[in-house]
Design a protein around this ligand. Structure first.
Ligand code: GLN
Length: 483
C-alpha cells in the first residue's frame, strides 16, 4: 500500500479498496519502523492523523469525493500547525506551538488531507543538505551516507522512502527542486505569489514560495491544486484564477519550444549529469518538442546576488526572535541586551548566525549601495534574461544541480562550496518564475534531476511536460533499496 501514489490512493479510496484510516495506520507503522534510519520527521501527529482519516472516511461515506480527501501527507516544519510544534528546524522554536494554521495547512485540511507529521529541514530553511537542523541531519534513502538535499530534506527523504506519497515543502533558492533531484522525486516551485505564504515562517520573503514534493508530476498537480490560490492574508499573493492542473497533463507536446541555455553546460557540471540531461532532451524531442539553444548571460552573477539578498531579508525577518515574545529565552538575563544576546546566541545555530551577520552587514548604511542595491540590480538583469528567452521558447530545460548528492559532512567546513551547488535553481527565485525538477537518471546509484522553467503562472505547462516525459520513461518509478 505504501507504494501507491496520490492518484492511485484517490482511486483506491473511491473504489472502497481500503479506507483512509487503514492506509494511515499502515504508513504510521512504516514511519515508526523505517524513519529512525532517515530522521525525516521532527514531529509525528498520530492522533490528529487518525482523527482526520476517520473524518475523511465519513465524508466519503456521505458521498463526497476529491483527490485529496483521505490522502496522507506531511508538512515541512515551517508551516504553522495549530497546537503542534512548528520548529523550523531550530532550537529557537523547539518549544513553539503555533496558535493557528498556515493557509496552506488549512486549505489542505479542508480538502481532506491527513497530516502524518512535520518534516525535518535545515534550520530556518537555510541550506542545501539538511545538515543544519537542530534535530540532526536527514539521510538520503538512496545512500544513507549521503545528504538528501535541503532545505526540504525531510519531506524529500520521507516521500522517496515511501513513508508517505507526498509532502509540502518550500523553495527560496532551490529547496524543493534540489532535494527532489537528490532523491528521485518530482518537485515544483510555483510562481511567486501563487501559493500563500501566510503562516509559513519567513526566511527571505521576496523569494520564499511553498509547493509540492511527490513522486510524479500527476501527484504534484493534485497537491498544488490544494495549495494554490489567492489569500487576502498574504499581501504578495496574486489574485489569478487557479487552473485545473490535472486537466492539462495530457496535452500534446507537438511543437513545444524548449530552450537549452548554453551557459548551463560550462565547467562545474558533472559530465555524467550533462549526458543524462541531453538524453532527456532527446526523449522530449521524440514527443514532438523542438529544441533551441538559448543564452542567459547574467546567470553567473546570480549566486552572489542571491547570497546578499537572501541573508539581508533573513536578518530582518529573524529579528523577531528576541527571547521576548516567543521561542527560546536564556536563563536569568541580567538586562534586556543580555536577554537578546544570549537568547539569540543560544537559539540560532551557526549557519543562521552567519547569514544574519552577512545580511546585517549588507544592509548597513555604509554598504547598502555596494551590496544590497547592486544585488537588486543584478536580480533585474536575471529576470530580463528570462523575459527575453521566453519570447523565443515555451520552456527552459537544464540540470537541477551540477552534482549528485554529496556525502554527509563533505561541505561542512566550506559554506561557499555548498552555496555554489545552487547555481541552477536560484535564478527562478530571483525572477519569481515557476520551476520543476523531475528524475532523469542515476550517477553512481544516486538520482539526477532535470529542471524545467516556465513563464509566470505556467505551472500547468511544467506539469504537462513532466507528465508526458514520465509516461515515456521509468526513472521516477525506481525505489531505493531497503525501502
Ligand atoms: N540553499 C539555498 C539557501 O541556503 C536555498 C534554500 C531554500 O531554498 N530554502 O539559501
Amino acid at each position: 500500500m505504501h507504494q501507491l501514489t496520490l492518484a492511485e490512493i484517490a482511486r483506491g479510496l473511491a473504489d472502497k479498496k481500503f479506507s483512509s484510516e487503514e492506509l494511515t495506520k499502515v504508513l504510521l507503522a512504516r514511519i515508526a519502523q523505517l524513519d529512525p534510519q532517515l530522521n525525516s520527521f521532527i514531529s509525528l501527529t498520530e492522533d490528529l492523523a487518525l482523527q482526520q482519516a476517520k473524518a475523511a472516511d465519513a465524508r466519503r461515506a456521505n458521498g463526497e469525493s476529491g483527490a485529496l480527501l483521505g490522502a496522507p501527507i506531511a508538512h515541512k516544519d515551517l508551516f504553522c500547525t495549530q497546537g503542534v510544534r512548528t520548529s523550523c528546524g531550530s532550537k529557537m522554536l523547539d518549544n513553539f506551538k503555533a496558535p493557528y494554521d498556515a493557509t496552506v495547512v488549512a486549505k489542505l485540511a479542508a480538502a481532506g488531507a491527513v497530516t502524518l507529521g512535520k518534516t525535518n529541514m535545515d534550520e530556518f530553511a537555510m541550506g542545501s543538505a539538511n545538515e543544519s537542523s537542530y534535530y540532526g541531519a536527514v539521510k538520503n534513502p538512496w545512500n544513507l551516507e549521503h545528504v538528501p538535499g535541503g532545505s526540504s530534506g525531510g519531506s524529500a527523504a520521507a516521500v522517496a522512502a515511501r513513508l508517505l506519497p507526498a509532502a509540502t515543502a518550500t523553495d527560496t533558492g532551490g529547496s524543493i527542486r534540489q532535494p527532489a533531484a537528490f532523491t528521485n522525486l518530482t518537485g515544483l516551485k510555483p510562481t511567486y505569489g501563487r501559493v500563500s505564504r501566510w503562516g509559513m515562517i519567513a526566511y527571505a520573503s521576496s523569494l520564499d514560495q511553498g509547493g509540492p514534493l511527490a513522486r510524479t508530476a500527476e501527484d504534484c498537480a493534485i497537491l498544488l491544486q490544494g495549495m494554490a490560490g489567492f489569500d487576502t492574508k498574504d499581501s504578495t499573493s496574486i489574485d489569478e484564477p487557479v487552473p485545473d492542473y490535472s486537466a492539462s497533463l495530457n496535452d500534446s507536446l507537438k511543437g513545444l519550444r524548449i530552450g537549452v541555455p548554453k551557459e548551463y553546460f560550462s565547467a562545474g557540471l558533472d559530465p555524467r549529469i550533462a549526458e543524462l540531461i541531453h538524453n532527456s532532451v532527446k526523449e522530449l524531442e521524440k514527443l514532438g518538442a523542438v529544441i533551441k539553444e538559448i543564452s542567459l548571460p547574467n546567470m553567473q552573477h546570480a549566486i552572489p546576488a542571491y547570497y546578499v539578498i537572501a541573508p539581508a531579508e533573513a536578518s530582518s525577518n529573524l529579528s523577531r526572535f528576541d527571547g521576548v515574545r516567543f521561542g527560546h529565552r536564556c536563563e536569568n538575563p541580567v538586562n534586556l541586551i543580555d536577554l537578546y544576546k544570549r537568547s539569540r546566541g543560544e537559539g540560532f545555530g551557526p549557519e543562521v548566525q552567519r547569514r544574519i551577520m552577512v545580511g546585517a552587514y549588507a544592509l548597513s548604511a555604509g554598504y547598502y549601495d555596494a551590496y544590497y542595491l547592486k544585488a537588486q540590480k543584478i536580480r533585474r538583469l536575471v529576470k530580463n534574461d528570462f523575459m527575453a528567452a521566453f519570447n523565443e521558447v515555451d520552456i527552459i530545460l537544464g540540470p537541477t544541480t551540477p552534482n549528485p548528492a554529496w556525502k554527509l559532512g563533505a561541505k561542512n567546513s566550506d559554506p561557499v562550496a555548498a552555496y555554489l551547488e545552487d547555481v541552477y535553481t536560484i535564478t527562478a527565485n530571483l525572477a519569481g518564475l515557476p520551476g520543476l525538477s523531475m528524475p532523469a537518471g542515476f550517477v553512481d546509484g544516486l538520482p539526477v534531476g532535470v529542471q524545467l522553467l516556465a513563464p509566470y503562472f505556467q505551472e500547468g505547462r511544467l506539469l504537462n511536460v513532466a507528465h508526458q516525459y514520465q509516461l515515456n520513461t521509468e526513472w521516477h518509478t525506481r525505489t531505493p533499496t531497503g525501502f
